[in-house]
Structures are given as structure tokens and as C-alpha cells.
Write a protein that binds this ligand. Sequence first.
Ligand code: ADP
Ligand code: 3PG
Ligand code: MG
Length: 396
Amino acid sequence: MEVNLLRYMKFLRDFNFKDKKVLIRVDFNVPLGDDLKVDNSEDWRIEATLPSIKYLLDQGAKIILLAHLGRPNGKIVEGLRLDPVAKRLGELLGRKVIKLDDCCSQKVKDRVSQIKVGEIILLENLRFYPEEKNNDRQFAKQLASYGEIYVNDAFGVDHRAHASLVGIPKYLPSCAGLLLEKEITALTKVLDKPERPLVVIIGGVKISTKIKVIKKFLKKADNVLLGGALANTVLAAKGIAIGQSVVEEGMIEEVKKLELTDIKLHLPVDAITSTDPLGKSDIRIAPIGNTNKEEMILDIGPDTNNLFRQIISQSKAIIWNGPMGLIEVDKFVEGTKKIAQVIANNDSYSVIGGGDSIALIEEMGLFDKMSHVSTGGGAMLKFLAGDKLPGIEALG
Ligand code: ADP
Ligand code: 3PG
Ligand code: MG
């Protein structure tokens, strides 16, 4: 299916954008600080859309951007307005971004209809409207009426069947932007024809959101490494004591159905444990199975790190999603940092996804050492699991 995607889709090069009003759906869902600003280390999702925006400016287009922020549940939430995002985009582009305060008023309609070549307008957070999530036909039609061509450059949210993603293409000629094209190309490469050995490293918290990918790659990959709280649920499913560790109880039965003795599957062999998740006391290295009742597993241990390092170093393709430990606490970030460093040092093809993992590699200055940093969290997992993404399907 994925290979065909690139065959049947249209791309920016297939259109003449001169003097055209172009609606671009982007994923600017970035964390805002307490000061409601976009931190420079958190703006990679905005940066990733610059190639398409610059290309369209060069082509003489009039640009109208559509985006969401957070989950305001169909209501106006002042702290989720897109002004900080517009400001950061303006800084990155070195030109003015005109931010409007809603999506559907007469004022918006008038301003958008008068847009000039070279102008960039960003509409307000689409999710202030329940119609966005409900994939409301009238809402999509209204948004579509602002433009002449629709570009989807919002890979990170393409797993949602929302109006701006699946509704608008029904009314306008549509294509994938440069970011979406790059995402599909990179992910298809590791999915369909990876160099071998292929290793898949999965961490984070919820095995429920990642089990499909784990199952898929237990069949496809040469090695699957599990860490983070997610590995606790697998250890619990194997009957191993995990003390007070974070676990997804409701998933234990489901996890038992996995091929848990598969030699491709590698679980932590030791851990950094403590009774205190803030890391202030009782920190020790404990072999797996040796966790006390009061303790939590908070990072992978040195033996696990060595084991994982060896496997990663011998791999020619790497997929990584989710931290190996409680990375918000300095004492428990080391395991994940070491894994990030090993991936960065390896010249194999590496694909990294997941907000928390990417924030860490950005902080470590390793962003450019990875072959592809995906702007998708949930979207990347769904794509790799082989699911169809509604936003992408709608372009066919
Ligand atoms: P990503 O955003 O990279 O996909 P997730 O959102 O799935 O990753 O998971 C990230 C979270 O997992 C982080 O907040 C991290 O603290 C947490 N985490 C990982 N391992 C543990 C652990 N052993 N105990 C508690 N939390 C953990
Ligand atoms: C993301 O941040 O993963 C995307 O923007 C989708 O956001 P959502 O999970 O709130 O739909
Ligand atoms: Mg996350």
C-alpha cells in the first residue's frame, strides 16, 4: 500500500501556484512554555514546514495556513491561541505572518479574499471549532472557499479524520507538501525495504499505543528492543516483580499474547530503581527480577545499555520511538541519552519519532545526526504499523 501512495499522490511540483491562493494545512502542535512562548528548542515542527512555505513564496503564491494547537475540545481557550506560533514562524522566515483571530467570521473572509502575492496569513486554532474534529462538511467547505489549491503538509496529524485534513480535499485540487513527501519517503524506506539488520527501539509509557508496531516489527525487524515504563508491562506479563513501577495493568493479558520468548525481542536485564521518582534517595542498580516491593524501575541499567548498544551498533537501519526512562528527572535520563548517542554515532539509516524523544535529541544537539526525525508521534506509529492515515488517503 505504502509504495503506491507515492505513485498516486500529487506533489507541489505538479501545480502552478503563481498568483494562487494556497491553503496549507500544517502541524504546529508545539508545546508552549508558561510564558506562552514557543521555546527555540521546541520549534522543530514549525521549522519542518519552512521548505514548503518558502517554495510556495518563490512560486508567487498567496499563503493561508491552517493549524491546530492542543486539545481545546471545540471551545476557545485563550492559552491555545496561535499567536506565539505565528510569531515564531515569522522569526524563522524573517517576514511578517498575519495572524487572524478566528476562522469563519466575515472579517476573516474579507481579509483572506484580499490576500496579496507573498503574504502569509495564519488562521486561528482550528480546534476552537467542534466542526473540525467532527469532520463537518460545511466547515470544510467554508475553509476550502478561502483557497484555490490545498496542500497537506501536516503529517503529524494525518492520523485524524478531521475537516481540515479529509474534508477540504473534497472541494479543492490537492497535493502533499514537501514535508509530507519527505515523511512518506523516509518511513516507507524503513518499512518496505530496510537495510539489514533492522533494529526497532520502543520506549515511553503506554504499550497500548505502541503494541501494534511492536507486533509488526517482531515479524519484520531483526531485533526489537523495549525500554521505559512500557517494558514494565511486558515484564509484569512475564510474571517478573516490578514493585511500584509505572505499568499498564489493563494491557497485561494482551501483552501475554505476544511472542515473549522470541529471540528477536530484547527486554531490560537491569534497571536504575528507586523508591523516589524524584531521584532524591535510595537509587540503585538492580538486576531485573530483583526490584523490591517499594521500588520503581526508572531507567535502564548499565548492562541493558551495553546489550542495546551492541545490537544498535551492528544494525544498518534503526527506528526509535520513546524514552528508556523517566527523562524529566536528571538521575534517570542517562540510559536514554546513551541510546541517543549510540544512534547518532552510527552511520546507519535512523528514523526517530515521538515528542519526548525528539525534545531530548534536540537538547543534546543530535538532531542533525539522525537520518530522519519524524514530525509524527501517533501518526508515525500508525504509519509504521501499516494503518492507513486518513489525511494521506484523502489526497488520493
Ligand atoms: P514519545 O513522546 O517520545 O513518544 P512517550 O510519550 O510514549 O514518548 O513517553 C514519554 C514519557 O515516558 C516520558 O514522560 C518519560 O518520563 C516516561 N517514562 C519512560 N520510562 C519511564 C519509567 N520507567 N517510569 C516512568 N515514566 C517513564
Ligand atoms: C500530535 O501532536 O501528535 C498531533 O498534532 C496530533 O495531536 P492530537 O493527538 O491532539 O490529535
Ligand atoms: Mg510523548
